[in-house]
Design a protein around this ligand. Structure first.
Ligand SMILES: O=P(O)(O)OC[C@H]1O[C@H](O[C@H]2O[C@H](CO)[C@@H](O)[C@H](O)[C@H]2O)[C@H](O)[C@@H](O)[C@@H]1O
Length: 402
């Protein structure tokens, strides 16, 4: 399998993305001005679709905090080169400092117990409930790599995700375009929510006995699917912004712009550190003319997206509703993700009271998740445990019915 061998956690380095939050491109005092409620998008339009009444109500802009880009860039610099430099066996490192961050990590991990080590205990809470599995893609099902085009999902992961989908309704919720993530995953039985949940598609017949409701459409192969695109009116604008950003990025060595349909990502991973600030300024400059777009930050990436009240958490709720479980209390959603945009989904799971919100991270991170996995290797282990657990249950049930 393509993953690196299972590492020890690399110590408690603070994650560089602690300050990430959407920012209105229209804000002009400072390069990045963060609305105080990270992750919840200020809205100029509300989504439409099954169960969502269209509304043109303009929501008030939330309190804007003054924060400069320096924080984000500095944190990014702190984590470059990658965090493994902190492992005493990998590099010369101040032992006492390592011990301090190690302790910090252990304290954090105590509050975010490993979903593998504590599997039986955590899954007990699901008994008698219907489990739904929601998975982020990059950094969760595939390891983070230099070139976003090469973030392939290992076969072993595909096998277990396929098994998961035969046992539980399963969806992938990603910042990627739906088409791109499907290219990587190649499993037609799943639901896919691309562009951070702004492009949802899945089998019209539902899955695992859950009947799908919602707007029907035909996919590229002519199969009937349910489709929901709350940001469809932004199609032209996103194409326009992609071209403008591509033009800017073409002048910065290593920069890459990715069109994720209803979001556009500007990648910094292969850009020289000294070019980070000028590139970020260029992006901000382009966005000034687009007050209905906003900017969020991810792992060495800036993402331009429509300023609508929609996120991965809303997509999770929407999918439960589509599958007929929106308001039921016997639902147990499991959400696994590694990035700031996954925080909205973690919040949704926590708000529902039943469920598992699992952060993939081997560093200390501020999060709404309640448990953790260190990396995609552990995600694989967790999903394999979940398959075994469910099969055990089904076998017991069969024996009982015999
Ligand atoms: O919601 P996700 O599935 O986590 O997608 C978020 C972004 O992931 C991708 O970028 C990240 O992964 C790349 C490949 O490992 C890496 O090179 C990059 O630095 C990371 O930020 C994707 O390319 C973006 O478009 C997604 O928005």
């Amino acid at each position: 399998m393509a993953f690196r061998s299972k590492p020890k956690h690399s110590g408690g380095l603070k994650d560089p993305m602690l300050h990430m939050a959407p920012v209105s491109a229209a804000s002009s005092n400072g390069l990045f001005n963060y609305p105080s409620n990270a992750g919840s998008h200020t809205s100029t339009t509300a989504p439409t679709g099954p169960g969502y009444a269209p509304s043109k109500r303009r929501l008030p802009l939330r309190k804007v905090e003054n924060a400069s880009i320096t924080g984000w860039l500095e944190a990014m610099k702190d984590s470059s080169p990658p965090r493994t430099r902190c492992h005493p066996q990998v590099d010369v490192y101040d032992k006492s400092e390592f011990e301090a961050i190690d302790m910090e990590y252990k304290a954090w991990a105590a509050n975010h117990p490993s979903a593998v080590e504590n599997f039986e205990k955590l899954i007990e809470a699901a008994s008698g409930k219907r489990i739904f599995v929601f998975l982020d893609y990059d950094g969760t099902l595939s390891p983070i790599v230099e070139n976003p085009e090469c973030a392939f999902m290992p076969d072993e992961m595909r096998t277990v995700v396929k098994e998961i989908a035969t046992l539980f309704p399963t969806a992938i919720i990603t910042g990627r375009s739906r088409e791109k993530v499907y290219e990587f995953v190649q499993l037609p039985e799943l639901y896919y929510a691309g562009s951070h949940g702004m492009d949802i598609m899945g089998p019209a017949e539902g899955c695992n006995g859950c009947k799908a409701q919602g707007i029907r459409a035909l996919n590229e192969e002519g199969n009937e699917v349910v489709l929901f695109q709350p940001a469809s009116e932004f199609t032209t604008i996103m194409n326009e912004i992609f071209k403008l950003l591509e033009e800017k990025a073409s002048k910065v060595s290593g920069a890459k712009v990715e069109h994720n349909k209803f979001c556009v990502s500007v990648h910094f991973r292969r850009v020289k550190e000294e070019d980070w600030l000028p590139l970020a300024e260029q992006v901000q400059h382009v966005l000034r003319s687009y007050p209905n777009l906003c900017l969020t930050q991810g792992r060495k990436v800036l993402e331009v997206r429509p300023l609508i009240m929609w996120n991965k958490g809303k997509a999770l709720d929407f999918l439960l509703k589509t599958l007929g479980f929106g308001s039921r209390s016997d639902v147990f959603p499991i959400y696994i993700g590694d990035d700031q945009t996954d925080e909205d989904a973690f919040k949704t799971v926590v708000r529902r009271k039943h469920g598992l919100a699992i952060l993939v991270s081997n560093v200390v991170k501020e999060t709404n998740a309640t448990s953790s996995l260190q990396d995609p290797n552990e995600v694989l282990e967790f999903l394999q445990l979940l398959v075994k657990w469910k099969r055990r249950h089904l076998n017991r049930l069969c024996k009982y019915l015999e």
